[in-house]
Design a protein. Structure first.
Length: 202
């Protein structure tokens, strides 16, 4: 599946909502237009291009734009957690943008480092779609479902929630920029959404 296929619903149901955030509701048509503009911004013809596109992900609508714009321009997105110290973030933005990408990489996520030094792990589009199809078959998901992204940006579950909503045509709430009151009002309007969580370990 390509970035164009992920945005196919922007042609089928252009006015249908796909992202809900502080700025309001983003339709499929608006997402497609914004992704097109951003793709041109991150690719400057006169500047040598690196294979990776690292960015700070804050669980906001802009994260989805960065993912899709990266794929549109043939780059591998590398979302980083915003809670990292500023100096570490700057170092990682440089490092991850220049790292060699394994063939077939669709995205690179940085591990937490709980079992050693943090490292970048590449996932293919087949990996991402297998998760979508498995969840779809098990839970019977579809275009009427609403998802809320609750995991830390850069976590595989965070990415899976976003890709799931894009592929299946559901709506996704990105609470990164929402206040508690705004999120509560959003949930009142959308009903109880699906989510993904990671149980604590000891």
């Amino acid at each position: 599946m390509t970035q164009v296929e992920l945005l196919a619903r922007s042609m089928e149901t252009p006015d249908a909502p796909v992202i809900i955030g502080r700025e309001g509701i983003v339709s499929w048509a608006q997402l497609r237009e914004t992704v097109g503009r951003r793709a041109k911004e991150i690719t400057i013809p006169s500047v040598p291009q690196e294979p990776g596109h690292a960015f700070i992900a804050r669980s906001e609508p802009a994260d989805v734009v960065e993912l899709l714009a990266s794929w549109q321009m043939g780059k591998v997105p590398v979302p980083l957690n915003p809670r990292l110290p500023a100096d570490e973030s700057l170092s990682l933005l440089e490092e991850m943008a220049h790292m060699a990408m394994p063939e077939g990489s669709a995205v690179v996520l940085r591990t937490s480092g709980t079992s050693g030094n943090p490292r970048g792990v590449a996932l293919s589009m087949d990996n991402l779609l297998a998760n979508v199809r498995g969840t779809e078959a098990r839970l019977g998901l579809g275009a009427d479902d609403v998802w809320i992204s609750t995991l830390a940006p850069g976590h595989v579950g965070w990415l899976a929630t976003i890709v799931r909503a894009l592929v299946l045509g559901g709506r996704i709430i990105l609470p990164g920029s929402l206040t508690t009151e705004e999120l509560s009002a959003c949930l009142d309007g959308e009903g109880l959404p699906g989510t993904a969580a990671v149980p604590p370990t000891r």
